[in-house]
Design a protein around this ligand. Structure first.
Ligand code: BGC
Length: 856
């Protein structure tokens, strides 16, 4: 039960603590949990990633999480109400898993499509990012779960992210990169903010003056600032900056606080008042998430928590608050995620083929079910999220092929090409547990003298242990791991079998050694790379159809530089496949003999992830050639693009329809069936400009440790407008299954939505000119002709969605805050007096209506 504890009481509790007690609270107890402090009535607060689900304290398939669409898919809905509901769903997930603070949302901007974590950030536009991010935060926090808005600030790409110094001029910083943080901290009152790894303008973000000067002083932020994991690198400078919590812990292993900070306080180098303020912020967060007992109980709680194993004792997760949360595989969660995925799908191009008909009439006049050829590497294996800390283990995923089959459609399948450059994790139907009881593997843990400590049966072939190997296995005792599984051939041919990880690995098949190797990365490698793309060793095994081999992978734990503190390993398997040429020919033949071809193309795990930026925007492997050949074989070709961020689509004009699905979460295939068949309208609009080529895009590559945002304000559509370049699809673009006419715009008006706090209202009348009910995202852009200040040609100032029946006209009011007209003049926000223009339409490149207004 959450209780209200006033500020004075919080201060009293801080005052009760010694310097050591206070400093102890400022670094995590472990990777995800903070320390408790019985004397302050505080139980251990638990933090967890975020943002595409709530992972919880363990990171494997045994503790599954509802997998919501990734950020670009959420932003593409342009629908704050829906995102607030997703936030509420995540809050229920957090409570189910004993999590108090979700390390989300990520509100860095799409400065460039090369950014490896683009899928995890909402948009290139600060206003859209702010609105969607604020809704996400409200949804979480209204249900008592804290948001952690990240990564403050300038972490818009991954190359050298731990060390890069990002140079951003102040106006750009204010108007673009800080703007979403500001709106979310001020309006949605986020309870925590994460300080990024990188530096900005000379200070690493955990020491940056921006924390105190802007976040605290200007924005009046009363929440907690937590470091990104291992981003705190100094004792005094971080303590003096407004960093409150260094993660992960314990301080004896990570982070610069703990004893050195206690000493610095004791000998007067760091003011104790600073420490007290940090603890106050931790207690304030704890009060907000319900992790404080009320004052009267504080003493009793101290006694109770001393009992071993009591909730709140160090290392014991807090009890999950029973809120009747639905399981992540429940029907209610599935339905919400299915609708959310479809609401973010962007129909970028449609010559009328979509929605598909359920049946076709043959030349003989006979009606029969439509025959669909599903083609492409991502058709059979759903890619529902991007890589890195955002990864969760969903209870299931619905792949496109499965989704269409479940809808009752007649579907055939051809892979077309093999797009992975790394061999993926072994999976069903080839991977079996040693007793063949199902897909998966057995893990055995051995001690120093070769004794078997424990074993467990697992459902997959990816293993990650952090800070120990689980409650049944003492971390310090484990010297060697063994993964045992059976690989069974479905067809005769050469199977590539291997491992990804760090350290020494020996692989045996039916007792014969395939390799004994040591895999390494430089010790200062970004930890995300050690998990996402560690080195791989492979061996080829020829198997007859139905033949099974017993595989044993041995690993010495101490042979990895990460040691016992973190072990990642994956058993990899690539089944036999033909050359791309043979596979493409088969796919084209299948398309030719079908009524419709649906090609699902996309990125792979090596393309979009935390830890690295993208080297190219092209689709990996032979996917472009696949699309061209399928479209040539059957003009009725729909291409579904399963990527978290833009990829080049050089064939876009040659196919009948292009549907952008993003990383849509666990219900991908069901949502896709709904949209292709017209049960649901594709609701999305582009949250970024979709490039036609790689020309003119900002680079994420630092030079001599510095990344200069030389383009200033001109990212995304602002840059295209300035340079006169034409993208493939403009920002805000997307169509549904009906058509719209933009009929009227008035300023300072009265229509639903036009009242409330805001400087100006614009009322836009749109008519549904098509034949089915639909939803339109009405967008309003501001501009300032003849401005004395350098500005983008236009900028998004507001938006709202309307629903209308065929023939119906709806007028919607859109409020534009004063900030929508302001610029940063070097010292403060200023409105240039005079005439601004407001333009309304369906995208940044289709703005048929304009109105003028005067600002004093
Ligand atoms: C990421 C954060 C994440 C943290 C904890 C870091 O590497 O940058 O976004 O929350 O790890 O997993």
């Amino acid at each position: 039960m959450s209780i209200v504890i006033g500020e004075e009481e919080l201060r009293r509790r801080v005052g009760r603590l010694s310097v050591e007690q206070k400093v102890r609270l400022l670094t995590g107890a472990g990777f995800w949990a903070l320390f408790d402090e019985p004397e302050a009535g505080l139980r251990a607060v638990v933090l967890s990633d975020g943002p595409a689900g709530v992972r919880g304290q363990s990171w494997d398939e045994r503790d599954s999480s509802a997998n919501v669409p990734s950020a670009t898919g959420l932003a593409a809905t342009w629908d704050p109400a829906r995102i607030e509901a997703i936030g509420a769903l995540l809050a229920r997930e957090a409570r189910r898993k004993g999590v108090d603070v979700l390390l989300a949302p990520t509100v860095n901007l799409h400065r460039t499509p090369y950014g490896g974590r683009g899928f995890e950030c909402f948009s290139e536009d600060p206003l859209l990012t702010a609105r969607i991010g604020a809704a996400y935060v409200r949804g979480l926090q209204r249900h008592g779960v804290g948001a952690c808005v990240k990564h403050f600030v300038g972490n818009d790409s991954e190359t050298q992210r731990m060390t890069v110094d990002v140079h951003i001029d102040e106006r750009t910083l204010r108007e673009m990169y800080l703007a979403p943080f500001e709106a979310i901290c001020r309006e949605a009152r986020a309870w925590s903010v994460m300080a990024a790894y990188n530096g900005v303008n000379g200070s690493t973000m955990t020491e940056s003056p921006l924390l105190r000067d802007i976040l605290h002083r200007e924005w009046g932020y009363d929440g907690l600032v937590v470091s990104d994991w291992t981003a705190a690198r100094s004792t005094e400078a971080t303590a003096e900056a407004a960093l409150d919590l260094a993660m992960p812990g314990p301080a004896s292993r990570f982070g610069p606080w703990g004893d050195p900070l206690t000493e610095a306080v004791m000998n007067g180098q760091v003011d104790e008042a600073l420490i007290a303020d940090k603890v106050l912020r931790i207690l304030r967060l704890a009060a907000r998430v319900g992790a404080l007992t009320d004052a009267a109980d504080a003493g009793d709680a101290a006694d109770a928590a001393d009992a071993p194993g009591a909730p709140g004792a160090p290392g014991v997760p807090p009890p999950a608050v029973p809120t009747g949360a639905d399981a992540p595989d429940s029907l209610a969660v599935a339905e919400e995620l299915r609708a959310a995925a479809a609401a973010g799908f962007v129909l970028a191009r449609n010559d009328g083929l979509l929605p598909l008909s359920w049946s076709v009439t043959t030349q003989a006049g006979i009606s029969r079910p439509v025959r669909i050829a599903m083609i492409g590497p991502n058709a059979e294996v759903a890619r529902t999220m991007g890589g890195g800390s955002a990864t969760v283990y969903p209870p299931y995923t619905v792949a496109p092929l499965e989704g269409l089959r479940a809808a009752g459609l007649h579907v055939t399948h051809a892979a077309g090409v093999y797009a992975d450059s790394r061999v993926p994790a072994a999976r069903a139907p080839w991977l079996l547990r040693p007793d063949r009881s199902g897909p998966g593997a057995e893990v055995r843990f051995y001690g120093e003298s070769g004794e078997l400590i424990s074993s467990e049966l697992r459902d997959g072939a990816t293993f990650l242990w952090m800070n120990g190997y689980g409650p049944a296995v003492g971390a310090e005792r484990v010297a060697r791991l063994e993964i045992r599984c059976v690989i069974r051939a479905t067809v005769a041919g050469t199977y590539r079998l291997g491992v990804s990880g760090l350290g020494r690995y020996r692989l045996l098949a039916d007792g014969a050694e395939l390799f004994d190797t040591t895999l390494a990365l430089p010790e200062d490698t970004d930890i995300a790379l050690s998990i996402m793309t560690p080195p791989q060793e492979l061996a080829s095994v020829r198997l007859a159809e139905g033949q099974a081999v017993a595989a044993v992978l041995e690993h010495e734990v101490a042979s990895s530089h990460l040691g016992r503190f973190m072990t990642f390993l994956q058993v990899n398997l690539e089944p036999p496949h033909s050359t791309d040429e043979v596979e493409i020919a088969a796919a084209a033949a299948l398309a030719a003999s079908s009524d419709v071809a649906v090609v699902v193309v996309g990125t792979t795990a090596e393309v979009e992830s935390e830890g690295f930026d993208r080297a190219s925007l092209a689709l990996p492997g032979g996917q472009d050639e696949l699309v061209r050949r399928v479209a040539a074989a059957n003009p009725r070709t729909v291409v579904v693009v399963n990527s978290g961020a833009p990829v080049l689509l050089p064939w876009a004009d040659d196919v009948a329809a292009v549907l952008l699905s993003w990383f849509p979460g666990q219900e991908f295939g069901s949502a896709l069936a709904d949209v292709l068949m017209g049960e649901t309208e594709p609701g999305g609009r582009l949250p970024m400009t979709w490039p036609a080529t790689e020309e003119g895009l900002p680079s994420p590559r630092p030079a001599d440790g510095v990344l200069t945002y030389a383009e200033g304000l001109f990212i995304g559509y602002r840059g295209y407008d300035r340079d006169g370049r034409t993208p493939l699809f403009p920002f805000g673009h997307g169509t549904g299954y009906t058509t719209w006419a933009y009929e009227s715009i008035t300023v300072d008006c009265d229509a639903p939505g036009a009242r409330g706090p805001g400087a100006v209202s614009a009322c836009v009348g749109v008519r549904n000119t098509g034949s089915r009910r639909g939803r339109e995202v009405v967008q309003v852009y501001a501009s300032r002709p003849g401005s004395a200040v350098e500005r983008p040609a236009k900028w998004l100032a507001g938006f709202a969605a309307v629903d209308a029946d065929p023939g119906e006209t709806v007028t919607v009011g859109i409020l534009i805050p004063e900030r929508g007209f302001q610029h940063w003049d070097g010292r403060s926000w200023a409105t240039e007096p005079g005439t601004f223009t407001l333009s309304a339409g369906s995208s940044s490149a289709a703005l048929p209506l304009t109105a003028s207004l005067e600002r004093p």
